[in-house]
Design a protein around this ligand. Structure first.
Ligand SMILES: NC(=O)c1ccc[n+]([C@@H]2O[C@H](COP(=O)([O-])OP(=O)(O)OC[C@H]3O[C@@H](n4cnc5c(N)ncnc54)[C@H](OP(=O)(O)O)[C@@H]3O)[C@@H](O)[C@H]2O)c1
Length: 264
């Protein structure tokens, strides 16, 4: 098949925000490299993208918490001379207080949200900067702007993602490269996230949920404006504004009040 000459790689493309991102980029004519663990879901998406948009869509099944799989994805990025877009989106949440759960999940979370983001960003940016074009989106969360009981690792890794992306932005700006980076910080989004982590959705009012498609639209609009941090939806923009304005001694009691289930 003839390719479009510009490729995009999306991690966590087997569902939710990653799947919606892959569809939008395919609609814009990008050839896709689809990364996640569930190969069957990626193959189905690949067929759909090829049929609907006439693009190339390769499946790269990988568990990004495993060193050998991570290296495989890195090698694919380095070997691809036309990668113009990367979305570091794969992620998950957990339940429970840090010291009451096993260490396996927080360990995997840091490997996925932090280590995989470092390695794949590094693999992608070297080529993008040399070619003088490209977009890198790190899918963070509004959770990056605060802490809440039961979410120590999640909030910390997403805060790290925001700081890391800001650092990348400064490095890129220092050489006046046109490559764009963005930390995308969604609020509650209707995906498989809350099922996969068994967090559930009942504790969140219906009006607070946004669609994965709206999150992707906001991200792409933000990229065209060159926005470093993108918080989709007016409600969440206000939420983040308040979180950033209030001092920690007021925020922490509020976080405990709204996550009352962890209070003893
Ligand atoms: N949904 C929300 O409310 C929300 C809010 C703010 C931020 N986010 C962030 O948005 C991102 C996408 O989440 P989502 O809401 O779209 O949830 P989702 O539907 O559960 O998607 C998560 C994706 O990550 C992939 N993934 C998980 N572990 C992986 C691993 N070890 N290796 C490779 N891929 C892995 C999953 O694929 P496989 O299971 O096939 O590997 C899946 O494609 C995450 O970073 C999440 O933190 C979500």
């Amino acid at each position: 098949m003839e390719t479009s000459g510009r490729a995009a790689l999306v991690t966590g493309a087997s569902s939710g925000i990653g799947e919606a991102y892959a569809k939008r980029l395919a609609a814009e004519g990008y050839d896709l490299i689809l990364v996640a663990r569930r190969k069957d879901r990626l193959e189905k998406l690949s067929e759909e993208l090829k049929a609907s948009y006439g693009v190339e869509a390769q499946v790269l099944a990988a568990d990004l918490t495993e060193e050998s799989d991570l290296r495989k994805v890195e090698d694919r990025i380095v070997g691809s001379g036309d990668l113009e877009f990367i979305v570091n989106n794969a992620g998950f949440g957990t339940r429970g207080l840090f010291f009451e759960t096993g260490v396996k999940e927080p360990d995997r979370m840091h490997r996925l949200h932090v280590l995989a983001t470092v390695r794949l960003s590094h693999a992608a940016l070297a080529g993008m900067v040399a070619r003088g074009k490209g977009n890198l989106v790190n899918v963070s969360s509004v959770a990056a702007f605060g802490q809440s009981p039961g979410n120590a690792g999640y909030c910390a890794t997403k805060a790290w993602m925001n700081s890391f992306t800001e650092g990348l932005c400064l490095d890129i700006s220092a050489i006046r490269s046109p490559v764009k980076v963005q930390a995308l910080c969604p609020g509650y989004t209707l995906t498989e996230f809350h099922d996969a982590s068994e967090i559930g959705r009942d504790h969140v009012p219906e009006s607070w949920w946004i669609s994965a498609e709206d999150v992707v639209d906001a991200s792409l609009r933000g990229l065209s404006r060159g926005d470093l941090f993108v918080v989709p939806g007016r409600r969440y923009k206000l939420y983040v504004f308040i979180l950033k304005a209030l001092p920690g001694f007021l925020i922490r009691p509020l976080a405990l009040r709204f996550k009352g289930k962890y209070r003893r």
